[in-house]
Design a protein around this ligand. Sequence first.
Ligand SMILES: Cc1ncc(COP(=O)(O)O)c(C=O)c1O
Length: 381
Amino acid sequence: MPLFASRLPHVGQTIFSEMSQLALEYNAINLGQGFPNYQMDSHLINLVSKAMQDGNNQYAHSNGVPLLRQKIAEKVAFLYGTELNADQQITVTPGGTYAIYTALTAILHPGDEVLVFEPAYDSYVPNIELNGAKPAFVHLQAPDYTIPWEKVWQKVNRKTKAIIVNSPHNPTGRVLSEEDIVQLKSLIQKFELYIISDEVYEHLIFDEKKHLSLLRYPELLGRSFVCFSFGKTYNCTGWKLGYAIAPADLMVEFRKIHQFNCFSCFTPTQVALAQFLEEKEAYLELGETMQSKRDFFQKSMIGAPFQALPSHGSYFQCYNYMGEWKETGIDLSKRLTKELRVATIPVSAFYHDGGEPNQIVRFCFSKTEDVLQEAANRLHN
Ligand SMILES: Cc1ncc(COP(=O)(O)O)c(C=O)c1O
């Protein structure tokens, strides 16, 4: 008998942890969880080491090391043409997920509703529910997972407080289009919603698509918390370091929560990143590198009983196995892990209720080519 009522009664272990555990148990290649299997830039490692040797080992400023925030502001001006006030609009956080949670906590009150597109990254819904608010779900339209805007407009009501967008999108690799931006602008104008924009994969974008960061659009940024992750940009997901950008008045509320939750982030990595951000190629070349991995894996999968769906960004590509097997995504993912020793994540896990009947799994291709080739060989079986 539990001692108290759970705040998240329906939540158990996430599918990511479950599949990673199964992958370990069966010594499987883990194309389930999203992380690179190769080493990050050694120059950045050396900069962290130097930052520690230089004595940057005490609490950092609660909003983030000032020089790092300054460099982030310069990067945003360079990439998206928007001038930010680094003191008032940028807060360094322990990862993108934390930034999203803090933003939602800053704006939500019990009874509020938040529009969530499914399939969705798994933290959004529990984050909303912990704040006593409710998700209102809209399904993206397979196979290219476009946003059905007419359904969004139907779902908005006077309780709707915010909308979460994620581009490039996990798990589908879909990216926001110009038409999505037009729709978002008119939605925000009409209903005065807030936007949580999850842009952790901002640099992992392919096929010459442009990342339509909400930072480009003053009328959207005026009501947005835009969340980023250094972990995804610099192949160091284990660092759990990111940042949030918002207008000054929204950031005041964000920081009220941040100061009593984490207060400040690991200092040496912030000092190192303030220098490393000068090296633009490190993030500008990332899209091309990752695109070649997507293409390599897709080519290696030709002839295997899976059909690739479009992916224009992120670490991920979805594949459907319709017509090959009747089993659910969860059963197939477990069987592939145990029998072929390749771990994947079923896309049904990204829906609160398992979604529409879909026989689709997500593969993570941020791996070295030998590993991708070996996984594909096994999947040809
Ligand atoms: C869509 C999305 N948002 C946020 C995150 C988390 O970023 P971080 O590790 O910086 O918290 C992930 C990680 O998988 C993600 O896929």
